[in-house]
Design a protein around this ligand. Structure first.
Ligand SMILES: CC(C)(COP(=O)(O)OP(=O)(O)OC[C@H]1O[C@@H](n2cnc3c(N)ncnc32)[C@H](O)[C@@H]1OP(=O)(O)O)[C@@H](O)C(=O)NCCC(=O)NCCS
Length: 170
């Protein structure tokens, strides 16, 4: 972990973001639903989406030996380009936390999450996890997140589960 650098992401990182998506999304979501994994790549891991996201959200990257090996991004729900008809009010959301498979289990996810928690406004942090992503559920539960609600009406796709963490000392 000593040689992992965390810094703000910029438009120069977009090719690396897309590459991380193609490395991590299939093994993460393929076992749950291969078609859904492909849909996620097509909808959320494109250069165009990251260009828009960089205008609306904060991005953090973790670098190892000069290579981007993980990213996290976060922002207010009200600034999202997605619709959330079931959500009332605004919330601070970590939209992505993805570590390249070759670098998982080394403390990078925990470190990025800690940086996000330190940077967000307000006293709560929210995120969505795809139903069936047990590794992520275990990670988030062990870091103080609790399941609050499910996003309904997503057939034929797996549910999203919203989790929330109360940030201490806020
Ligand atoms: C979930 C994820 C972000 C965690 O990041 P990570 O860098 O692998 O996790 P860390 O090395 O920081 O581990 C943090 C803790 O989880 C545990 N952990 C990590 N990977 C684990 C695994 N495969 N099995 C069991 N425990 C694991 C570690 O033991 C550690 O525990 P500790 O904090 O008590 O020491 C990362 O594995 C990942 O990118 N997964 C695929 C994409 C994904 O699902 N992202 C979340 C989308 S909502």
């Amino acid at each position: 972990m000593a040689d992992v650098l965390v810094r703000l992401g910029t438009a120069d990182d977009i090719p690396a973001f897309v590459a991380i998506g193609h490395a991590v999304v299939p093994p993460t979501y393929g076992p749950i639903d291969a078609a859904y994994a492909q849909k996620m790549l097509d909808e959320w891991w494109t250069p165009e989406v990251f260009a828009t996201s960089l205008e609306r959200n904060a991005h953090l990257v973790a670098e190892h030996d000069g290579q981007v090996v993980a990213l996290a991004n976060f922002g207010r729900l009200a600034r999202s380009y997605r619709d959330f008809p079931h959500v009332t009010g605004d919330r601070e959301v970590m939209w992505k936390l993805y570590v390249h498979p070759d670098h998982q289990g080394l403390g990078i996810g925990r470190r990025l999450l800690g940086e996000v928690e330190a940077l967000v406004e307000g006293d709560e942090l929210w995120l969505e996890v795809v139903d069936g992503n047990e590794q992520a559920f275990a990670f988030y539960r062990s870091h103080g997140f609790e399941e609050v609600e499910r996003t309904p009406d997503r057939d034929p796709w797996p549910d999203d589960v919203w989790m929330r963490k109360q940030l201490v000392g806020r």
